[in-house]
Design a protein around this ligand. Structure first.
Ligand SMILES: CCCCC/C=C/C(=O)SCCNC(=O)CCNC(=O)[C@H](O)C(C)(C)COP(=O)(O)OP(=O)(O)OC[C@H]1O[C@@H](n2cnc3c(N)ncnc32)[C@H](O)[C@@H]1OP(=O)(O)O
Length: 281
C-alpha cells in the first residue's frame, strides 16, 4: 500500500513537473516549473543505442528546450544500467547507405546542438556510457556518474577512427596528454578512474541524487546574466565549433568510406557477434 508520505511526494512532484508538448517517443522531456530546468531522458530500450530515430528525437528535444528558454538542460537515461551504448552498431554493419549518411549527419547535428547549447548543460550518467554515450556526456558542461559504471571513447577498439568532435570533447575536460592517450588506447574507465582523471565531476549513489547534483550545478548560474553566460561559453567552444563546421563534410565522407570497407564490415560483424554471444553463454 502506498504510504501517505509517498503519495504527497508524488503529488508535489506532479505539480511542479510538466512534460513538454512536443516530447517525442525516444526522448522524454520534463520541465520542472519551480527550477525551470528541463530533463531529457533517453528512452530507447534496451540500451539507448543511438540510431537515426533516437538521434533525431534528441536533437529536437535539445532545440525545443533551448528555444523555450529553460534554465538548464540535464541529460539522463530511462535505463538503470546503461546511459547509452553509443552508436547502434546495426546502423553501421551491412548498412543502408542513405541511412548511414543520415545517421552520421544526425550525430553531427546532436553534437553541435549539445556542445554549442546556450543553456547550462549537465549529464546524470546513471549507467554505462561507452563511445557515443561518453560523447553525449562530455558534450555537457558537468557530469555526475553512478558507482560501478564504465565510461570512455573506445571507438578505436572497433577499428573506428574517433571523429574530431570526440577529440574536442576530451580536450575540453582532460589534460591534453591524458586525452590523447585515452583516445588512442580506446580506454574505458571505471567510475573511480573517471573521477580521478576528471572525466566526470562527481559521483552520486543514485539517479535521484545525480539529478539533484546536476540541478545544483545549474542553480549556480541563477544570479548570472544568461546572455553573458552563454556568450562566454561560446567563446570557449567557438574555435571547436568553427573547425567542426569546416570539416563536417569531409568527416561524413570519411565515415561512409570507412564503414564501406570490407575489413571494417568484417570487424564490426565480429564485434556485434561478440556482444550477442556474451548473452548466449
Ligand atoms: C567512426 C567513428 C564513430 C565514432 C562515434 C561513435 C561510435 C560508437 O558509438 S560505436 C558503438 C560502440 N559501443 C560499444 O562498443 C558498446 C558495446 N556495448 C556494451 O559494451 C554493452 O552492451 C553495454 C555496457 C552498453 C551494456 O551491457 P549490458 O547491460 O550487459 O547489455 P548487453 O551487452 O547484454 O546488450 C544488450 C543487447 O544490446 C546489444 N548491443 C549492445 N551495444 C550495442 C550497440 N552499440 N549497438 C547495437 N547493439 C548493441 C547487445 O548485443 C545485446 O543484444 P542481444 O544479445 O541481441 O540482446
Amino acid at each position: 500500500m502506498m504510504s501517505s508520505m509517498s503519495l504527497s511526494r508524488m503529488l508535489r512532484a506532479a505539480s511542479v513537473c510538466r512534460t513538454m508538448s512536443t516530447a517525442t517517443k525516444l526522448t522524454a522531456v520534463e520541465v520542472n516549473d519551480k527550477t525551470g530546468i528541463a530533463t531529457v531522458t533517453l528512452s530507447r530500450p534496451p540500451i539507448n543505442a543511438l540510431n537515426v530515430e533516437l538521434l533525431h528525437d534528441l536533437y529536437q528535444s535539445i532545440k525545443e528546450i533551448e528555444n523555450n528558454k529553460s534554465r538548464g538542460l540535464i541529460l539522463t537515461s530511462s535505463n538503470d544500467k546503461v546511459f547509452s551504448a553509443g552508436l547502434d552498431i546495426n546502423e553501421m554493419y551491412r548498412p543502408d547507405k542513405d541511412r548511414a549518411r543520415l545517421l552520421w549527419t544526425k550525430l553531427q547535428d546532436v553534437w553541435l546542438a549539445l556542445y554549442g547549447c546556450a543553456l547550462p548543460t549537465a549529464a546524470a550518467i546513471n549507467g554505462h556510457a561507452p563511445a557515443g554515450g561518453c560523447l553525449l556526456a562530455t558534450s555537457c558542461e558537468y557530469r555526475v556518474i553512478l558507482p560501478q559504471c564504465r565510461i570512455g571513447l573506445n571507438e578505436i577498439q572497433l577499428g573506428l577512427v574517433p571523429p574530431i568532435f570526440c577529440m574536442f570533447n576530451f580536450l575540453n575536460v582532460l589534460p591534453r596528454r591524458v586525452a590523447e592517450r585515452a583516445l588512442v588506447q580506446g580506454r574505458i574507465f571505471t567510475t573511480e578512474q573517471a573521477l580521478q582523471i576528471g572525466l566526470v565531476d562527481d559521483v552520486a549513489s543514485s539517479k535521484e541524487k545525480a539529478l539533484e547534483k546536476c540541478s545544483q550545478f545549474i542553480a549556480t548560474f541563477a544570479q548570472t546574466n544568461p546572455l553573458a553566460r552563454s556568450l562566454t561559453k561560446l567563446k570557449f567552444r567557438g574555435a571547436d565549433l568553427q573547425r567542426f563546421e569546416s570539416e563536417r563534410t569531409n568527416e561524413l565522407e570519411s565515415f561512409l568510406e570507412f564503414i564501406d570497407h570490407p575489413q571494417m564490415q568484417e570487424d564490426l560483424g565480429i564485434y556485434l557477434e561478440g556482444l550477442k554471444k556474451k548473452n548466449r553463454n
